[in-house]
Design a protein around this ligand. Structure first.
Ligand code: ADP
Ligand code: ADP
Length: 226
C-alpha cells in the first residue's frame, strides 16, 4: 500500500462550498510531491487534512495503511512550514528550533544540540542567539524549515513557503529545498501556485483545479498531450 492515501475525499466548509471533491491521491515514502493549482483549488485544504487540522467530510485518509483519524495528532510526526514563517517572536532562533523537541519532552541540552544541528542544515547556526525580527524573510523561512526538520519528521508539509520571498531568493531556496530533500530522504508535500517552482523541485506534481486533481505527472511529462 501507499505511504499516504487519500480515498474519495470530499471536503466542504459549512456544508456549502466543495473545497475538494472526490479526490484520490497516493503519496510515496520519500518523494517530493507538489500540489499545484490556482488559488482556491483545494491545495491547502488537502494539506490541512493531512496535518489533522481539518477533517474530511467524506472519504478516508490512510497513513501507513492506518486510518489517519485514528492516530493522535502528536503521534503523526509531521513537520509544517507556512508562508508567514510563524516563528515565536519572543524566543531566540535556537529556542524556536528546539521548541518541538521541548514539546516532546527532550532534555534541554539534548534539544539545544539537535536544534544546532538542524540550524546547520540551513546554514544559520551563527544566528542561534538572535531573535526572528533580526533576520531577513528568507532567513526566517530557513529557521522555520529547521524547526520542521528538527525532530526527524516522517513528512514535511509546506504551504507556499516561498510565497513571501522575492524572485531571486525564491530560486535559491528552491535549490536548497531540493538538496535538503535529496540529502534527508524525508517525504516533502509542497503547495504552490507557481508552475516553474513545481517543475524545478518536484518528483511528482498533482495539478489541482476547482477541488479536483486533474493530472498527476512527473516534471518531464506534465502537460504533454494525452
Ligand atoms: P491559500 O490560497 O494560500 O491557500 P487562502 O487565502 O485560500 O490561502 O487561505 C488562507 C487561510 O484562510 C486558510 O487558513 C484557509 O483555511 C482560510 N480560508 C480560505 N478561504 C476561506 C473562506 N472562504 N472562509 C474562511 N476561511 C477561509
Ligand atoms: P488553495 O490552497 O488551493 O488556495 P483552499 O484549500 O485554501 O485552496 O480553498 C479551497 C476552497 O475552500 C476555496 O473556495 C476557499 O475559499 C474554501 N475554504 C478554504 N478554507 C476555508 C474555511 N476555513 N472556511 C470556508 N471556506 C474555506
Amino acid at each position: 500500500g501507499a505511504f499516504v492515501e487519500f480515498r474519495n475525499i470530499d471536503k466542504t466548509y459549512d456544508g456549502e462550498v466543495f473545497a475538494v471533491r472526490d479526490m484520490n491521491l497516493s503519496i510515496e515514502k520519500g518523494e517530493f510531491i507538489t500540489l499545484l493549482g490556482p488559488s482556491g483549488s483545494g491545495k491547502s485544504t488537502t494539506l490541512m487534512m493531512l496535518a489533522g487540522f481539518e477533517c474530511p467530510t467524506a472519504g478516508k485518509i490512510l497513513y501507513e495503511e492506518r486510518e489517519l483519524a485514528s492516530i493522535p495528532a502528536h503521534k503523526r510526526n509531521f513537520g509544517m512550514v507556512f508562508q508567514n514563517y510563524a516563528l515565536f517572536p519572543h524566543m531566540s532562533i535556537l529556542e524556536n528550533v528546539a521548541f518541538p523537541l521541548a514539546m516532546r519532552g527532550a532534555g534541554k541540552s539534548e534539544a539545544a544540540d539537535q536544534a544546532r544541528a538542524a540550524l546547520d542544515m540551513v546554514h544559520l547556526s551563527h544566528f542561534a542567539d538572535r531573535r526572528p525580527s533580526q533576520l531577513s524573510g528568507g532567513q526566517q523561512q530557513r529557521v522555520a524549515l529547521a524547526r520542521a526538520l528538527v525532530f526527524n519528521p516522517a513528512i514535511v508539509l509546506m504551504d507556499e513557503p516561498l510565497g513571501a520571498l522575492d524572485k531571486k531568493l525564491r530560486e535559491e531556496m528552491q535549490i536548497e529545498l531540493k538538496h535538503l530533500h535529496e540529502n534527508l530522504g524525508v517525504t516533502f508535500v509542497f503547495v504552490t501556485h507557481d508552475q516553474d517552482e513545481a517543475l524545478t523541485m518536484s518528483d511528482r506534481i498533482a495539478v489541482y483545479n476547482d477541488g479536483q486533481i486533474q493530472q498527476i505527472a512527473d516534471p518531464t511529462t506534465l502537460y504533454e498531450a494525452p
